[in-house]
Write a protein that binds this ligand. Structure first.
Ligand code: OAD
Length: 249
C-alpha cells in the first residue's frame, strides 16, 4: 500500500509512541471481532447474555463453556505479520507503549515487550467473589463447568476478562492515560472506537498535541480527527510502515 506523505517523517520525529489495538488487530489471525457484520461475536450472541457478571451468576455453565470455546479457538491461532511489525517498530523509539483491548495474548506471543491489557486476559481464571487469580493446577485437579474457586466458599472460577459493567484494572488504565497524555504519536489500530474508556485514549492524545494514525478498513468516529486515517488492514499497513522506517534508518 502507498503511505500518505509525511507519515514516516512524523514517526521519525517521534520519541514516545502509544499504540492502541482492538479486535481488528487479531482478525487476520482468525480471531473474530465483536461488531463486524455477520462475523462479529456480538452478531451471534448478545454481549449482555454472555459477557456480564449477571449472565455468569444466572448461567455460569453457558458462560464458562462459551469462554472455553473461545480459549480453544485462540490456542489454535498465531500472531500475523502486523503483530511482528509492531515488535520491529519498537526499536526506533525511546518508548513504545502497546495498550490492547484484546484478551488473546497475541501481542505477547509476537514478542511485544510492554503490553498493557485493559480488558484482561482470557487464558487466566479468577475467583468470581475475590477476583484472585486461580492456579492452573487447581483447575486441572478440580474440573467443573465452571470449577469451584479455592479462594471463596461460594466462589466459582471465571475467565480473567473485564465484563460489561465492570471496572477496568485501575493501574492499567492510569498507565494508558499517562501514555496518551505524553506520546508524540498515537496509533489506533483495529478498534471501532465505541467502548469506553479505551475509546477516549486516541482523543486524549490528539488534544495533547500528538500525531494520530488510525488503521481500520472502515471509518470510525476517530477517522475525521486523525492526522492519518489508513483504510487498510493491520497487517498490510503495519508491515508497510515498518518497512518505511527500516529504509530511513
Ligand atoms: P469491534 O469488533 O468493535 O471493532 C473491530 C474494528 O476492527 C472494526 O472497526 C473493524 O472495521 C476493524 N477491523 C476489522 N478487521 C480489521 C483488520 N484486518 N485490520 C484492521 N482493522 C480491522 O472491536 P473493539 O473495538 O476491539 O470489550 O471492541 C472494543 C471492546 O468491545 C472489546 O474489547 C470488547 C468488546 O465488547 C469487552 O469485552 C469488555
Amino acid at each position: 500500500m502507498e503511505l500518505p506523505e509525511g507519515l514516516i517523517t512524523a514517526l521519525e520525529n517521534a520519541g514516545k509512541v502509544l499504540v492502541l489495538t482492538g479486535a481488528g488487530m487479531s482478525a487476520e489471525s482468525g480471531v473474530p471481532t465483536f461488531r463486524d457484520a455477520q462475523t462479529g461475536l456480538w452478531e451471534k450472541y448478545r454481549a449482555e447474555d454472555l459477557a456480564t457478571p449477571e449472565a455468569f451468576r444466572d448461567h455460569p455453565q453457558v458462560v464458562w463453556d462459551w469462554y472455553m470455546d473461545r480459549r480453544n479457538k485462540i490456542r489454535e491461532v498465531s500472531p500475523h505479520a502486523g503483530h511482528i511489525a509492531l515488535v520491529e517498530m519498537e526499536q526506533y523509539f525511546d518508548s513504545f507503549a502497546l495498550v490492547t483491548q484484546n484478551v488473546d495474548s497475541l501481542h505477547q506471543q509476537a514478542g511485544s515487550t510492554s503490553v498493557i491489557e485493559l480488558h484482561g486476559n482470557i487464558m487466566l481464571s479468577i475467583c468470581s467473589e475475590t477476583k484472585k487469580l486461580i492456579d492452573e493446577t487447581w483447575l486441572r485437579s478440580n474440573p467443573g463447568r465452571p470449577p469451584a474457586s479455592p479462594h471463596h466458599p461460594q466462589g466459582l472460577a471465571r475467565p480473567g476478562v473485564v465484563w460489561f459493567g465492570e471496572e477496568l484494572p485501575q493501574a492499567s488504565m492510569s498507565h494508558a492515560m499517562a501514555e496518551a497524555y505524553g506520546c508524540d504519536v498515537c496509533f489506533s489500530i483495529g478498534t471501532s472506537t465505541l467502548v469506553q474508556p479505551a475509546a477516549s485514549l486516541p482523543f486524549i492524545a490528539l488534544n495533547a498535541g500528538a500525531v494520530v494514525i488510525e488503521i481500520n478498513p472502515l471509518p470510525t468516529s476517530l477517522s475525521p480527527e486523525a492526522h492519518f486515517s489508513l483504510k487498510a488492514t493491520a497487517a498490510d499497513a503495519l508491515t508497510t510502515i515498518a518497512a518505511g522506517l527500516a529504509r530511513r534508518k
